[in-house]
Write a protein that binds this ligand. Structure first.
Ligand SMILES: [Zn+2]
Length: 572
């Protein structure tokens, strides 16, 4: 019995000392934690950095924090194609958590150019800490767990002050499907003892890897096109809050060090973002990052290589919404331990750097609260003023393809761009837009800079070298006919809502012989998929043809689908 007691005491001592050793390693000196809140290590049963944490365990830990603490709540904002939850843990002081609706309404006043606020004493910094958009850059979600613990369980002044002045939102995994692909790989191939040889299988994930989502799409290019469910859910949440600061954590080559913004000056900047974002906020925040990384002796670089021009990056989209988007890059251990030119890179070390930047981001967001809130208020006021000065707007509409019109309008409305269906037909710039196919986006709106992003063609640049995307005119990517309207008077019509887009298709008249679907209709591939799924036989035309239809003589192009009525096994 005595032996057993001694053993238990020893085991307890070991747990306490290893828990505090983890805290000592990852967190700044002086951090104190509420013992009633489990650390990630205690909840998961292993030390952070010794395994890659599965997304379901990440969600489980955040849910446990929300269950135990009056500082936190967990929201599910969507799910991935593989049915993994997209979650956001909101953390603030218990008083702020009780008043979250009021804080949100107050904050949204900044986004409305009609309101003049100026005094921000009662306002909070809204900080969205986002992680792991590239699933095989895994240190960031582990950092998200530690950051969540730091602010939910922290008892020291730095934490309690931050929670009085800020609302933190932790989105631990932007890309859960990709993350779990890589997590399974890295944990399966982990050696004991660890193998740091870069040629070992653990460090060479099999194609297609975990960078992308289920459909192998890079979600860090999707904040503008919103092609995927993860991005659609994220943008929907984004526009409920308009965060002041948004982080986007990544990993780069093992032989590198650490990168924080500013990105490469001028050559990599977005043409519609006001200069004070780059010259003011970026440099202001950089001071906090270099101080925090100096403190732990981590090497880093800035103002080189990385790009901030394409609006579909997670670190650029916030810059076009009155916030500050921040990209961070950590040299990857890609596995648990890997040799580099400067010694071994350990997974725990990569996590520590992202934790350090997460905490520095919150520190800066609290200390510079008034600057951030004034920036956001000025941003939307100046956007509206610039839009009014530009005048007019953009008229668009496909003359035949309602599906294309609806899809493009849906994108505009998801980005909160005011869009109007015109009351009458209009001819502009040699193009005719018929009633029901004529739409108008006025420049005079607070989302003017997003309007420019959608329609303007930028053809002059500071630099000839791009990180990747150099062009993103969304109207062109939809092959949408559009014309710049420069008239002095606003065009009249009905402002559209997303609900207006549902269920407006007309059904075709019944045929005893066959149905035809033009292949260049926007949703034709989706229709084909639906028909095949229902077990119908469908033919495709390899030549153009004209034919008498229930609607008169009509021309049909290559690829037209023909669904015969006879010989089907189900009734079309
Ligand atoms: Zn990345």
């Amino acid at each position: 019995m005595k032996f057993k007691f001694l053993f238990t005491a020893f085991a307890l001592l070991f747990v306490i000392s290893s828990a505090s050793a983890q805290s000592d390693y990852f967190f700044p000196e002086g951090a104190r934690f509420d013992p009633k809140i489990p650390s990630p290590e205690k909840y998961l049963g292993y030390s952070i950095g010794t395994l890659h944490t599965r997304h379901d365990a990440i969600v489980g830990y955040l849910r446990e924090l929300a269950r135990l603490s009056d500082r936190a709540k967990l929201d599910t904002i969507g799910e991935t194609y593989e049915h993994r939850q997209l979650v956001v843990l909101t953390i603030s002081s218990p008083t702020n958590m009780d008043n979250l609706d009021v804080i949100q309404q107050d904050h949204l006043q900044l986004v409305d150019p009609e309101n003049q606020i100026g005094d921000y004493a009662d306002q909070k910094s809204i900080v969205l800490l986002g992680y792991n958009v590239h699933g095989n850059e895994p240190s960031s979600s582990e950092a998200a767990l530690l950051t969540a613990y730091y602010y939910v369980a922290g008892l020291h002044n730095e934490v309690t002050n931050a929670l009085d002045e800020a609302v933190l939102m932790i989105d631990p995994t932007f890309n859960p499907d990709g993350r779990d692909r890589h997590t399974t790989w890295a944990n399966s191939y982990k050696g004991d003892p660890l193998v740091s040889d870069p040629t070992d299988a653990e460090h060479n994930e099999m194609w297609p890897g975990g960078r992308t989502n289920h459909y192998w799409y890079d979600l860090n290019r999707d904040w503008l096109p919103l092609a995927h469910v993860e991005s659609q859910a994220r943008i929907d949440f984004y526009h409920k809050w308009y965060p002041n600061v948004v982080t986007d954590f990544h990993e780069m080559g093992t032989n590198s060090t650490y990168f924080f913004e500013p990105t490469k000056p001028f050559g990599s900047e977005n043409p519609v973002v006001p200069r004070d974002n780059y010259d003011g906020l970026n440099n202001l925040f950089a001071g906090y990052f270099h101080e925090a990384l100096d403190e732990i002796g981590s090497l880093y670089f800035t103002k080189e290589s990385y790009d901030n021009s394409y609006p579909g990056y997670g670190s650029t989209y916030p810059d076009i919404h009155g916030g500050l988007g921040l990209v961070f890059e950590q040299a990857s251990s890609r596995g648990h331990l890997q040799d580099s030119r400067m010694g071994k890179v350990a997974f725990a070390f990569t996590i520590k750097n992202h934790v350090t930047s997460s905490l520095a981001t919150v520190r800066a967001s609290v200390a510079e609260k008034n600057t951030l809130l004034a920036h956001m208020e000025n941003y939307f006021e100046s956007a509206l003023a610039e839009g009014k000065q530009a005048g007019g707007g953009w008229v668009f509409g496909d003359p035949a393809d309602d599906g294309r019109n609806q899809a493009f309008i849906d994108l505009l409305l998801r980005h909160k761009i005011k869009t109007i269906e015109l009351n009458e037909e209009i001819s502009l710039g040699g193009k005719s837009f018929d009633l029901g196919k004529a739409f108008y986006v006025p420049n005079s709106q607070k989302q003017y800079r997003m309007v420019r992003t959608m329609f303007e063609q930028v053809t002059t640049f500071y630099d000839s070298i791009f990180y990747d995307a150099s062009s993103w005119t969304a109207a062109l990517s939809y092959n949408m006919p559009y014309v710049r309207y420069t008239g002095k008077n606003e065009l009249a019509g009905k402002e559209l809502q997303r609900e207006d887009l549902l269920g407006t298709y007309e059904s075709v008249s019944k045929s005893e012989y066959a149905y035809l679907i033009e292949w260049d209709e926007y949703y034709a591939p989706k229709a084909l998929n639906y028909l095949l799924d229902k077990g119908l036989y469908v033919n495709s035309a390899f030549k153009k043809f004209s034919i008498e239809t229930g609607y008169g003589l009509q021309e049909f192009g290559y690829g037209t689908l023909m669904i015969p009525v006879a010989r089907q096994e189900v009734n079309p």
